[in-house]
Design a protein around this ligand. Structure first.
Ligand code: PEP
Ligand code: MN
Length: 372
């Protein structure tokens, strides 16, 4: 059960203390307090865990400071949608709003390589009105002999360049909790010229200790990618690990499943599940067409598969697109064959705009139908 407290009932207030005293007296129930600083007010929620069947909604709503009580009808207590749950969704980070209604493109380098390439990429983004990017500093590689990413040494200059070109959010994968600390330290040292969304990659979706560590901080939002060999439900539970530790600023990423049934694509494209994730949870949904498709192959219509699957995800309501670009893919240290060229950026963005417009029209069409 979730208790949503009245606005501005903070931990110091006597009402809050009174409420906690009451909750401590309930047998077979333990609870966890979650507080979030909204734009104007502090929002507090208390998650009751255990034998909550014995509790009546009316009784809980009558407790001091409680605005509403919601019986959790499904799994994913914190990130899920529940019956009678009118809580909003999404969050704002560094001036950018992420929700199930917004759409942001994170075009950028799979892996940071040279200063010049990063600068060319960021300049192209600014010229095309973009404020988000992807930049890999820590790379999970299949072979221990392959390039592992520049790691923390590149962070200061990447952040400074991002600030110079007006980038507000960089999606950056981490493989270990120490990487999160390195990122926060570098942001601090450079004076926060930009922001970072921590990315948990598909190989770490069920690295529960990493999830808990990342969930314990609320400063940086998280992009959690689905695991490529586990069910959607298992991946959504992984997202819940982040929230249960305190960080609800979570975006869920679809990036394809590892199976030969999707050949010749690198992974079996799973963007049909965009509406499923939006229905089951309140998380914004990201698609990664580059790691799903894995090539620059095009159809006889001259449209690359990467563009086609992006459009499919956006037409279905995706909220974020992670996509690999590179100024010179032949020299890219990671994933060059799937990178789009900088001159293709305006084309890609226009294709996304068309797909998004179609999604908006499809929503209007659905709203205009008589209820069944
Ligand atoms: C990436 O985005 O660079 C990446 C490694 O993705 P994934 O975890 O989906 O393989
Ligand atoms: Mn990659």
């Amino acid at each position: 059960m979730i208790l949503i407290l009245e606005a501005n009932v903070d931990e110091q207030s006597p009402i809050f203390q009174q409420l906690l005293t009451h909750l401590r007296g309930l047998s077979g129930i333990h609870f966890r307090v979650h507080q979030e600083q909204g734009a104007e007010q502090v929002l507090s929620e208390i998650y009751l865990i255990g034998d909550t069947k014995q509790l009546r909604i009316e009784d809980m709503e009558a407790l001091p400071g409680v605005g509403r009580a919601i019986r959790v009808s499904r799994e994913y207590r914190m990130l899920g949608r529940h019956n009678d749950d009118q809580r909003g969704n999404g969050f704002e980070y560094n001036g950018v709003r992420f929700s199930q209604d917004t759409l942001h493109v994170f075009a950028g380098l799979c892996a940071v390589d040279t200063h010049e390439h990063v600068e060319q990429m960021l300049r192209a983004l600014q010229e095309n009105g973009q404020v988000c990017t992807r930049m890999g500093a820590y790379k999970p590689r299949t072979s221990p002999y392959a390039f592992q990413g520049h790691g923390k040494s590149c962070l200061p200059w990447v952040f400074d360049l991002a600030g110079k070109y007006g980038i507000r959010v960089i999606a950056m994968e981490i493989l270990h909790e120490a990487h999160m600390d390195e990122i926060r330290e570098a942001l601090e040292k450079t004076g926060h010229p930009t922001g970072v969304m921590l990315q948990i990659g598909t190989r770490n979706t069920q690295n529960f200790e990493l999830l808990k560590a990342v969930g314990r901080q609320q400063e940086l939002p998280v992009l959690l990618k689905r695991g490529f060999g586990i069910t959607l439900e298992e991946s959504l539970n992984a997202a819940e690990y982040l929230a249960s530790e305190g960080n609800t600023k979570v975006v869920f990423g679809l990036r394809g499943m590892k199976t030969n049934l999707g050949d010749p694509h690198r992974n079996f494209v799973d963007f049909a599940q965009v509406p499923v994730v939006k229905r089951l949870t309140r998380m914004p949904v990201c698609i990664d067409p580059s790691h799903s498709v894995g090539s620059r192959d095009a159809g006889p219509d001259g449209i690359m598969d990467v563009f086609h699957v992006t459009a499919q995800g956006v037409v279905a309501g995706a909220n974020m697109i992670l996509v690999d670009f590179h100024p010179d893919p032949a020299t890219a240290l990671v994933d060059g064959p799937q990178a789009l060229l900088l001159k293709e950026l305006p084309w890609f963005l226009e294709d996304v705009r068309l797909a998004r417009e179609t999604y908006e029209e499809r929503k209007l069409l659905a709203t205009a139908q008589a209820p069944i």
